[in-house]
Design a protein around this ligand. Structure first.
Ligand SMILES: CC(C)(COP(=O)(O)OP(=O)(O)OC[C@H]1O[C@@H](n2cnc3c(N)ncnc32)[C@H](O)[C@@H]1OP(=O)(O)O)[C@@H](O)C(=O)NCCC(=O)NCCS
Length: 170
């Protein structure tokens, strides 16, 4: 089982809470951030609330979901990190999405590394994957920095994606 919150030197990764809609709108409502996400930016906080609720339901139902990423320093929410189910391969997928103002500080790498370690230790899966549009180089760099290895490409949502994998240590 995953132990929450997942805490790193600068970040606290925890289930969504009421009040996260505003900061998460800065993430899911931004066309730059959502450029490589299939349905594009969300239109309003109600849509954000639905995503947050879906993640709370998923956490209860299957033990993993996407979480809010909070800065330890001031408690502000700067993005999401966590896990989804990737139907085309049947794997649990590691994902990370950060507000534009929070790019370039290493937060995504720090969150993704901690989630990868927690997921490999706490989820009963043979491997974790990450999937990123071939043009989403910033996301590739995060996956590579946390030690995931490229494992080919796959077409999803009419776009070519790079598949990254990581297995638990033997
Ligand atoms: C993917 C995404 C989270 C990556 O953001 P990012 O800011 O590039 O990644 P990080 O937060 O790990 O920051 C890394 C950068 O910060 C720099 N950095 C600064 N301080 C740092 C620190 N203390 N530790 C590590 N890196 C640091 C690194 O050098 C690196 O810069 P570089 O890529 O130019 O070499 C971001 O582009 C995003 O939210 N994209 C939209 C959503 C998305 O596509 N998600 C992935 C779907 S598959």
């Amino acid at each position: 089982m995953l132990s929450l919150p997942i805490v790193t030197p600068r970040l606290r990764i925890r289930p969504f809470l009421p009040g996260d809609e505003g900061p998460m709108m800065d993430v899911y409502g931004d066309a730059d951030v959502m450029r490589y996400i299939p349905d594009g930016p969300l239109s309003d906080e109600e849509a954000v609330r639905r995503i947050m609720d879906e993640q709370l339901v998923a956490q209860t139902a299957r033990g993993y979901a996407y979480y809010a990423v909070e800065l330890v320093a001031d408690g502000s929410v700067v993005g999401d990190a966590g896990f989804g189910f990737f139907e085309p391969t049947g794997d649990v997928e590691l994902g990370y999405t950060f507000a534009r103002r929070a790019w370039g500080w290493g937060y995504a790498t720090e969150a993704a590394a901690a989630c990868l370690a927690a997921g490999l230790a706490g989820l009963d899966v043979p491997r974790l994957i990450a999937v990123a549009d071939v043009e989403n180089v910033a996301s590739h760099r995060v996956a590579e920095r946390i030690g995931m290895r490229r494992d080919g490409e796959i077409d999803v949502h009419d776009r070519r994606h790079v598949l990254f994998v990581s297995e638990p240590a033997a």
